[in-house]
Design a protein around this ligand. Structure first.
Ligand SMILES: Cc1ncc(COP(=O)(O)O)c(C=O)c1O
Length: 397
């Protein structure tokens, strides 16, 4: 098979060998963790050890780890669960979230607004996609009406890191629940939840080298979250459904790897990221690097490069790179096969054509300088062809 250059690790990344071993080993055993017999108790032990390990890696309590099927479910549980709980306990009906959230946060909020009458405040962002904590402080001054605030730790498209510690402190001081989607941050940014005043944090396994189909909402046992899924009452009765013990075992190994290797990984990725950015800008001088241009790892995800190529349709560029053996992404959602302009770039103030002219390259520890050089070599020709094919049309309606 042809060797492909995979630069879409923010979409998903392959399992690390240690996680695969742990997952495979457990997949050969039977027993439901809720069953009372010995095999069931043995599966329960595997799940509880995974819970303890994840909690220890992230500086939180085992009782805070609620396993879900992934990031989307954890985000839904956080948004709907905290909202319903706040509405019932204190009549608070307003949700505030950044306008650059992933659809797994954005869409449940829109659904609550349209189907259930929630009031919503979308927090604006600056030109690099960052929320201003002062805006949050102003909003939570009227804390009694606010059910929750949700601001992602790092953006999946443009890589901008949010001031989540500051925002969390502001919310905590006002007594407003705060949720952060840490799906993209885990493994790339330092993560000690003991020093973060958040009430709920979303993580997922397949973005950090663990198996698909498992994630977690880290939510303190003292926080009321109304369940989205009802059934057998597993996971503190917040999330019913049999816990996938093999996946939990693999996930725990991946989280440990993600956290332990974070600093070295960030250093390696920042170097490659800057090489890729410099190479692209030299090859296509009018390319626009989206997101924060701080060259460190604190302001922008270390492995994220997000570029707009004026006059190009992002999807066409993606296919041209695909044909050249390079996997990347436009970064934005594709609804039923129809490419949508990125709501993140629209929030940054771009017009629709500009928002559809971008590519995201997301690197991992398996990325090499040769991979970066290969992309830089292919880009100018692909951009030229895409430009000849015509600029992205602005769609009406
Ligand atoms: C920021 C963010 N949140 C949530 C998700 C959804 O996670 P999952 O694929 O595990 O459902 C993703 C995946 O792209 C993401 O990037």
């Amino acid at each position: 098979m042809e060797r492909r250059i995979y630069l879409d690790h923010a979409a998903t990344t392959s399992m690390i060998p240690a996680a695969r071993t742990a997952w495979l080993e457990q997949s050969q055993q039977s027993g439901n963790p809720s069953s009372l017999h010995s095999s069931g108790r043995e599966r329960r032990r595997v799940v509880e050890e995974a819970r303890e390990s994840i909690a220890a890696s992230l500086g939180t309590r085992p009782s805070s780890v609620v396993f879900t099927s992934g990031g989307t479910e954890a985000d839904n549980l956080a948004v709907k669960g905290l909202y319903w709980s706040a509405l019932r306990s204190r009549g608070a009906s307003r949700i505030a979230a950044s306008s650059v959230e992933h659809h797994a946060v954005l869409d449940p909020i829109i659904w609550l607004e349209e189907a259930q009458g929630a009031a919503v405040t979308w927090l604006g962002v600056d030109a690099v996609g960052r929320v201003d904590p002062a805006e949050v402080a102003e909003l939570v001054a009227d804390a009694s009406t606010i059910a929750l605030v949700s601001v992602m730790w790092a953006n999946n498209e443009i890589g901008t890191v949010q001031p989540v510690h500051r925002i969390a402190e502001i919310c905590r001081a006002a007594g407003v629940p705060f949720h952060t989607d840490a799906v993209q941050a885990l493994g790339h940014l330092p993560m000690d939840l003991g020093s973060l005043a958040a009430d709920a944090v979303t993580i997922t396994s397949h973005k950090i080298g663990g198996p698909f189909g498992i994630g977690a909402l880290l939510v303190d046992a003292g926080i009321q979250a109304t369940p989205v899924l009802h059934g057998g009452g597993q996971e503190r009765e917040i999330r019913s459904g049999t816990v996938d013990a093999p996946a939990a075992a693999g996930f725990a190994v991946a989280v440990e790897h993600a956290v332990q290797g974070q600093q070295a990984r960030a250093r390696q990725l920042v170097t490659l990221r800057e090489e890729l950015i410099t190479g692209i800008v030299n090859a296509v001088p009018d390319a626009i690097i989206n997101g924060d241009r701080g060259i460190g790892a604190q302001e922008r995800l270390p492995g994220n490069v997000h570029v707009s190529f004026p006059g190009c349709e992002g999807d066409l560029l993606l296919m041209l790179l695909d044909a050249a053996g390079i996997d990347c992404s436009t970064g934005s959602a594709c609804t039923a096969g129809v490419p949508e302009p990125s709501h993140v770039l629209i929030a940054l103030g771009r017009d629709e054509a500009g928002a559809r002219s971008s590519l995201r390259f997301s690197l991992s520890e398996s990325t090499t300088p040769e991979d970066v050089a290969a992309v830089v070599a292919v880009i100018p020709g692909a951009v030229e062809r895409a430009r000849r094919a015509g600029a992205p049309a602005s769609r009406v309606g």
